[in-house]
Design a protein. Structure first.
Length: 72
């Protein structure tokens, strides 16, 4: 059985002490607005977020990783 990996973007809102998990950058901004995250969608899209990297803003910490699941 093989393993499959799915990209996950974790957004931790610092002052609200809330965590959100998304499958794409675009999905973040369907739920959270730019003011709440502390970065514009276009800026985040061009930030070059890579696997395991963190991007701190004044209001959030954004991390990209992979969810590892066992294949069926």
């Amino acid at each position: 059985m093989g393993k499959t990996e799915t990209k996950v973007i974790h957004v931790h809102l610092i002052f609200e002490k809330k965590d959100f998990y998304f499958g794409s950058i675009s999905a973040i901004f369907k739920i959270l607005d730019e003011e709440r995250v502390g970065i514009k969608k276009s800026t985040l899209l061009h930030a070059g977020l890579s696997d395991g990297a963190s991007l701190p803003t004044r209001k959030a910490i954004i991390k990209q990783s992979h969810l590892i699941r066992s294949g069926s």
